[in-house]
Design a protein around this ligand. Structure first.
Ligand SMILES: [Zn+2]
Length: 228
């Protein structure tokens, strides 16, 4: 509210009012022109001022709207999270059952090798087989024993590592030879093609050209999650 300057006349004060108030003020002023403003005139001015006072301005925001906006802010805040992706991971969902291990084994089936060059993992039929590290696809093919398979070459700390994913569902591989794949990328679906007694992923690893126990190698080389 504008306050009249000290010593300013009431008329100067009226001139600050909205047009309707100004008109009323002028009418009142002209009525009393030539006369000193009386107490009655001041009363009229006060009444006009009261009538022209703007209604109280209050804005009511529904509590539900506040709750919704708060929830949205919370969601936005929670979406900013620290994510860490291991450069090496299991080729199937972590915790999937592990069957036949690496090394010598009995003749588990006609045509099955007695020296198991990989490990058998059982995530279930159709489960994604995932690249265990960044790499380049070197083969998407099939043969009698492995069935439908994918092979990937990796450079891990300067060392050449090759991974093989066998017994996939034929035609399930969404990759082609020469394609770069990222760790965790789906490279096929676990099936039972080839020489196998049950649905599983046969997973092999070679380091510098020599076969290693994939379970041992993964457990040794997958770094601990620093965000946990
Ligand atoms: Zn196997």
């Amino acid at each position: 509210m504008l306050q009249p300057r000290p010593g300013a006349s009431p008329r100067a004060h009226f001139s600050r009012k909205p047009a309707t108030a100004l008109l009323a003020s002028l009418l009142a002023a002209s009525f009393w022109a030539g006369h000193p403003m009386t107490a009655e005139a001041a009363e009229v001015a006060v009444e006009i001022e009261a009538a022209e006072a703007p209604p109280p301005q209050t804005y009511e925001v529904p509590v539900t709207a506040i709750a919704a906006s708060t929830a949205m802010l919370t969601a936005e805040r929670d979406s900013v999270e620290i994510t860490w992706r291991s450069p090496i991971q299991w080729p199937v969902a972590e915790g999937s059952p592990i069957g036949n291990g690496f090394g010598y084994r009995g003749n588990v089936c006609a045509g099955c090798s007695t020296y198991h060059l990989g490990v058998d993992l059982f995530p279930g039929y159709g489960a994604p087989a995932m690249a265990m590290a960044d790499g380049v696809v070197t083969a998407v093919s099939s043969n009698g024993g492995w069935g439908s398979y994918v092979a990937i070459e990796h450079d891990i700390n300067g060392q050449r590592v090759n991974s093989l994913y066998a017994h996939l569902i034929p035609g399930s591989a969404p990759v082609v030879p020469g394609q770069f794949v990222e760790v965790g990328q789906t490279i096929g679906q676990v099936g039972n093609s080839g020489t196998t007694t049950a649905t599983h992923l046969h997973f092999e690893l070679t380091v510098g050209g020599g076969h290693v126990d994939p379970v041992w190698w993964l457990r040794t080389n997958i770094p601990a999650d620093p965000t946990l």
